[in-house]
Design a protein around this ligand. Sequence first.
Ligand code: BG6
Length: 499
Amino acid sequence: MLDYKKLSATIIFIFGGSGDLNYRKLTPALYNLFLDDALPENFSIVGVSRTEYNDTAYKKRLQDGVNQFSRNKPDEKSWNSFAKHISYIQMDINEKSRYEQLEKIVNDFKAKHKEDPSIVFYMAVAPQLVPVIIKPLSELSFCHEIRTTRIVIEKPFGHDLESAKQMNHTLTRYFAEEQIYRIDHYLGKETVQNILALRFANSLFEPIWNRNYIDHVQISATETVGVEGRGGYYENAGALRDMIQNHILQLLCMVAMEPPVSFDANEIRNKKVDVLKAVRRIDETKVQDVAARGQYRDGWMKGQEVVGYRQEKDVTPESTTETFAAAKFFIDNWRWEGVPFYVRTGKRMHVKSTEITIQFKSAPNYAFPQEAADTWKPNRLSIGISPEMDVCLRFQAKRPGQAMILNPVDMVFNYKDSYKGEEPEAYETLLYDVMAGDATLFMRADQVEAAWEIVMPILDVWAKRKPVSFPNYSPGSWGPEDSEALIAKDGHNWISHFS
Ligand code: BG6
């Protein structure tokens, strides 16, 4: 069982309560928190949606989701004691008068438990519905309690810099920034948080974590799935918006940030914003030198025939949306001057893997004989985020025997071996933090905007210059040739646990 501090009474309203996110992620996460005794003694989870359900049918549907997606499968007894805290209200979010029901739920809770609850509004709805909901919400009396009322927003945070600014403006008109929790689920992953421990709780790495020792950094998030029925959303997003603007740039911040002076939410977020602000702005005339895009065609994956992106549901047959994106960034500060950060992401690729590689410079090889040079490999630190959850340090060792022959070998720390599968899912960590009022792992408005600023030149050029070669990579491959060329021209190649 994981170790959590007990929280005070909480009500969670999940807008979009009948939707997929709640079904697959939120309720399974809350259920696991319940099993770990991390939920408050008094809590209520209220699903809010337009679909008609009575409480029993609603709970039945959620149980089905938990059966499929929870890391702990429910037994009838613990599910029933958890489900006692769940209820459902059907409402049309456009009808202002219906919001009074929420006030009544809060008042009834207070009367019953003799405790003032923290209140969380989770927006598990399409982004265009958020402004419709938050305005009437902000008129409810308890929403002015900045310390105890919070609102959780899911990505995408805008479609570009302008719309992100607009969204932030709308949100902060009705709620204070401290009340707004913008979720990037990558930040909830154990392995991502471990980057801070690795860097700042060990004296070994930080002294060499800079341009004097590091040759380059790679961040790679490849997936084997296609767009999984989300063509409608993906057509307007593409890989750069869907993964790089948020998840991958957040990973880059974790790798590149300066040591924080405390783990205070704003201190961590300030340090990350510093990184984003130092990322060199890409000149539009240089985009083709530093970025590559691709789209998957039809073909075969592990013996199964799969359709191309253009044949996916809700995708136009001539679509120019990228399902693969790669880019090279530089961070213009003392620590990172001249060190390239290569990032890539794509759907329908060879493996599902998110990993970070810190490639160190080569050691001078003066003393060793010529044959040693043949197997000479510079040190490398690989951080497996998922599905491998490990940290692997590669160094040179002498092969046993008379001759001085060298071999790269690995020193590995693996989460599964050391912690016996106790890692909470990202949403468990994030939901717990929202209830605890800890915003460290959430995106502040300026972080979101700074990340958009970085990708805007690429997005603008790609929108202007339509790709002529799409589709340009096969399912099950490592992406388009342009991606290999992007890194090969600097004398490197993409590194993977699996290559
Ligand atoms: C989501 C993207 O944010 O992250 C999806 O919208 C993507 O397209 C998913 O599949 C990947 O998350 P994970 O945790 O499986 O790497």
